[in-house]
Design a protein around this ligand. Structure first.
Ligand code: ADP
Ligand code: G6P
Length: 489
């Protein structure tokens, strides 16, 4: 271990995201337990190590009392986390409402549910007001902890208003903003009543990042078409001030997965799974139970495959692990019952007294169980209707160096741009095509599997979360220096 004073001075990074990497569960008036939060943003950011990072965000609970707030602040400080306390009403309007019922479906090209459309329009103003208020609360906490020279890195669609709030406090603050979802075509973004205000707030940042070049291009088009600003190869210019816009594809901490496979408890788990599913090929889906993940479409494609290929019926099993998410939003509640209904029907149709074709779990798996499952899988099904990147596909590839299983991947996931050459790409809306891809994957020859896996494994192990963060932060530092030089000249 390096001694404290021999360590190189590392840049302080304030990572601001709606969700902290740990969520709190209350155990008593002043005692809490902390659990790792689910989702790609947290997974990627946990893989970022070489910074002096502090996390600022919401711990996922309402803590109305001062005693509870003090105790939680103390417990979180040990994890270098700083809480933003949001009350129930703000969570309802900002998180469930504006973020997850309006921005999330819109950015994933899903629009709004038909029956909620009018109600949503009526509540839009109050939800947007809550969104701005919540962003201001995040800004207040950042401001309290900011020290000169810090890099402030804001994350995701929850905090599009934050760059503006921060620059109003201190125009010298280095502010970056990164979107973990797709940024949709400007034709979609322009339907949003608050379209201009959100774009202008994001443009207050020094550097704006996306997973893919397409998302960055859509953002620049939205700024030129909606705000009438000038798009340049570097970004967006407004009265001589440049906001740099670029693509920074995220990755995972691949070593963590590869090393986990060597642990005895993971090996034992793999052995159990292999015994339990002996004689059957294992297909796997791991998703948050979210409408963007295309879970009903995936299961219907599997049904079509079984329907058309009777000889496979007792030789393949689909394990769908779907962790519940955003359970207070009605659309998510409807999805849960829809998925249960479809799974029940298919298991009734193709199940036998001793086996069912689909094992569906509404829960999250711990890290070691997840690694073991990835490792014994023959075919992974990632069929998102849209997805910013999709890190499950990366995690699967990282755990497959022995099995060399096949990845079936939606062409609408950002990961299609990096893992497309090694995966079987599908249009997840086309159930017939996905069913055919399942057949192709199950029958694929070993040398083809090996070639595809090699391509993807190389990508996943060389484009890591750490490298992603270093590239973003170093680009942000450079951008600020260049802007200072431009202003001086
Ligand atoms: P998103 O960010 O939309 O949730 P990603 O695929 O990028 O999608 O990231 C999901 C992350 O959450 C991954 O790290 C994955 O391992 C984790 N995850 C998703 N579902 C489960 C589950 N059922 N059990 C355990 N972890 C899960
Ligand atoms: C996606 C979003 C993240 C979010 C995660 C989990 O990955 O991009 O910002 O944290 O989903 O969703 P939740 O609403 O539970 O934070």
């Amino acid at each position: 271990f390096e001694k404290e004073d021999e360590r190189p001075v590392r840049q302080r990074l304030l990572v601001v995201a709606n969700r902290l990497p740990v969520s709190a569960v209350r155990k008593g008036e002043d005692s809490w337990t902390l659990e790792i939060s689910a989702g790609g943003l947290v997974t990627a950011l946990l893989g970022v190590k070489e910074f002096e990072a502090r996390w600022i965000g919401w711990a996922g609970v309402n803590v109305p009392d001062e005693i509870g707030q003090k105790a939680l602040t103390k417990a979180l400080a040990e994890k270098r986390c700083i809480p933003v306390f949001l009350d129930e009403e703000i969570v309802h309007q900002y998180y469930n409402g504006y973020c997850n019922n309006i921005l999330w479906p819109l950015f994933h090209y899903l629009g709004l549910p038909q029956e909620d459309r009018l109600a949503t329009t009526r509540s839009f103003q109050s939800q947007f007001a809550a969104y701005k208020k919540a962003n201001q609360m995040f800004a207040d906490v950042v401001n309290m902890h900011y020290e000169e020279g810090d890099v402030v890195w804001c994350h995701d669609y929850h905090l599009m208003f934050l760059p503006k709030c921060l620059k109003e406090y201190n125009s010298a603050m280095k502010v970056g903003w990164f979107l973990h979802t797709p940024f949709p075509s400007s034709e979609i973004h322009r339907t949003l009543p608050s379209r201009s205000e959100l774009l202008r707030s994001v443009l207050a940042a020094d550097l704006v990042g996306f997973h893919t070049y397409d998302y960055a291009r859509h953002f620049v088009s939205a700024c030129t078409r909606i705000l009438g600003l000038e798009g340049t190869p570097e970004g967006v210019e407004d009265q001589g001030r440049l906001t740099r816009v670029a693509a920074f594809p995220i990755g995972i901490d691949s070593e963590r997965f590869i090393n986990a496979l060597k642990l005895p408890q993971v090996q034992d788990h793999m052995k159990d799974l292999k015994e339990r599913f002996a004689g059957r090929k294992v297909m796997l889906g791991v998703d948050r139970l979210d409408m963007i993940k295309g879970i009903p479409q995936k299961i219907l494609a599997f049904e079509k495959f079984l329907e058309e290929n009777p000889s496979w019926r007792d030789k393949v099993v689909l394990l769908q692990i779907a962790v519940p998410t955003r359970t207070d939003v009605p659309e998510y509640q409807k999805l849960t019952s829809q998925v249960h209904e479809i799974v029940g029907r298919i298991n009734g149709r193709f199940g036998t007294l001793t086996a069912v074709p689909i094992h569906h779990l509404d829960r999250s798996l711990d890290f070691h169980a997840l690694c073991a499952l990835y490792a014994v899988t023959d075919v992974a099904l990632v069929t998102s209707l849209r997805d910013g990147m999709n890190l499950v596909s990366y995690e699967f590839v990282a755990c497959q160096d022995a099995t060399k299983g096949v990845l079936i991947l939606s062409e609408f996931a950002g990961a299609a741009q990096s893992l497309g050459a090694g995966a079987i790409l599908v249009n997840p809306w086309n159930i017939t095509e996905v069913a055919a891809a399942i057949g192709q994957a199950l029958n694929m020859k070993p040398d083809d599997r090996e070639k595809r896996h090699k391509h993807n494994f190389l990508h996943v192990t060389t484009h890591t979360a750490q490298e992603w963060a270093e590239t973003f932060v170093s680009e942000l530092n450079d951008t600020v220096v260049e802007a200072e030089i431009r202003t001086r000249d």
